[in-house]
Design a protein around this ligand. Structure first.
Ligand SMILES: Cc1ncc(COP(=O)(O)O)c(C=O)c1O
Length: 422
């Protein structure tokens, strides 16, 4: 295939825009009433405008130099982190930093736990032993990727009842090399929160680090709790929770590139930071992985938090929970379909124990619904946001029809497997 080359002469700006318009013609819209696949999150037109304006103003600011020349960025980061610590009931000793996304937050959590364990002589018995993390089956692959990159081993443990982490099985998987236990609030596949209070007790008695991945729940569960909904305990109010990650670029509605890693005790950050001085240009010290990076996402995070305030987030969360309850109740009324567990946030997985769930998924896709699938158990997987409150009734009506097709044998599954991201 011919390699693309730089054009000999540059194009006029309008020609560039035109060319890009043609190239992106096949891209799917990033949100919409029939699209349930997340990745990008819709908080409403005004939220989008506020985020985009802030992002644009700071697009060319390099956040690497925040401490040197951009005091505004230092303030935005401090205030974003402070707000998250308050939402997650952190003690006064806690601190945190902004990262580029959930994967980077998990990487840093695992690295911090590894180095803390090495310094404290917990976990790995000898310098040759490989430090391990114990990860529930439904947790995000970011934990395993982190272990892989950091020369560690991740041990996946099958889930327990209700698609939650199985605390007994996790206890059994702990060895003398274990440094960290992982938990989700909630997990991506089923949208259910692990028994974090029990895991925290286990971690505390075994002197292990417990990381809670609240990448999805961090901006939903605290507001759901304020609104009086039943929310499982998941945050720093539980003494054994050592660190929490929250993705501001998910239900915080910041533009892409903003997550946070929060530590119960600021002193633990010494195991997270990287410092170097042995070169001509002076001290280099960073909390996260990237060097140069745009400050646009961080600025958008601060701006959206100011714009929405507690009342704005509560309104969105109330709307999403109402949509979820309608969906879960509606699915429960269709024979032969089961919701996987009891979802706590805005992720819902369901399928059929008696019929082929992939056939159901095919039927819904043929009716122009866009969603993800799970491989195990075969299920349809939906992200809910603000744009879905009006589409659930139509979705349920279509689902009802598709189930009739599947039950009658008129619809067989095409060979489609679940793909999370490639
Ligand atoms: C539960 C969970 N944790 C972590 C991540 C990783 O987040 P990111 O894609 O921002 O790196 C995801 C991604 O969706 C996730 O679902």
């Amino acid at each position: 295939m011919k390699r693309t080359e730089l054009p000999a002469e540059g194009l006029a700006p309008d020609k560039v825009v035109h060319a890009m318009g043609k190239i992106r013609a096949d891209d799917a819209p990033w949100y919409g009433p029939r699209r349930f696949i997340g990745g990008s999150y819709y908080g409403g037109e005004e939220v989008q405008q506020v985020a985009d304006r802030a992002s644009q103003d700071y697009q060319h600011y390099n956040a690497l130099y925040a401490g040197k020349v951009f005091p505004s960025l230092v303030r935005y980061e401090r205030e974003v982190v402070d707000i998250l610590l308050s939402l997650l009931q952190a003690p006064q000793t806690a601190s945190g930093c902004v990262t580029s996304g959930g994967t980077e937050s998990l990487l840093l959590a695992v690295k911090t736990a590894r180095d803390w364990a090495a310094a404290e002589r917990r976990g790995a018995q000898s310098p040759e032993a490989t430090p391990e993390i114990v990860v529930p089956y439904a947790a995000h692959p970011g934990f395993d990727k982190a272990a892989h990159l950091l020369g560690m081993r991740s041990i996946r443990v099958p889930e327990g009842p209700g698609y939650r982490a199985d605390v007994g099985a996790i206890a059994q998987a702990i060895t003398s090399n274990t440094v960290m236990l992982a938990a989700s609030a909630p997990s991506y596949p089923y949208g259910v929160t692990d028994p974090i209070d029990e895991l925290a007790e286990l971690a505390r008695t075994q002197q292990l680090w417990l990381h809670v991945d609240a990448c999805h729940g961090g901006f939903v569960l605290p507001f759901a709790r304020k609104l009086g909904h039943a929310v499982p305990a998941f945050d720093f109010a539980i003494p054994g929770v050592t660190s929490i990650s929250v993705d501001v670029h998910k239900l915080g509605y910041a533009n892409k590139g903003v997550s946070a890693l929060l530590l119960r005790d600021h002193e633990l950050s010494e195991f997270q930071h990287y410092g170097f001085t042995n070169w001509p240009a002076g001290a280099y010290r960073t909390a996260a992985v990237s060097g140069s990076r745009s400050a646009g996402g961080l600025a958008s995070a601060w701006a959206v938090m100011q714009f929405l305030g507690e009342a704005g987030y509560c309104e969105i969360v109330e709307n999403i929970i109402a949509t979820r309850e309608k969906l879960v109740t509606g699915i429960g009324r269709i024979a032969d379909l089961q919701v996987r567990g009891k979802p706590d946030g805005y992720l819902v997985a369901f399928g059929s124990d008696d019929y082929d769930s992939h056939a159901v998924a095919d039927g819904m896709e043929d009716r122009d619904w866009v969603f993800n699938r799970l491989r195990n158990p075969p299920s349809l997987h939906l992200f809910l946001d603000r744009s879905h409150s009006d589409s659930v009734d139509v979705f349920l009506a279509d689902l009802h029809q598709v189930m009739e097709e599947v039950r009658s044998g008129r619809r067989q599954a095409r060979a489609v497997d679940a793909v999370y991201a490639v």
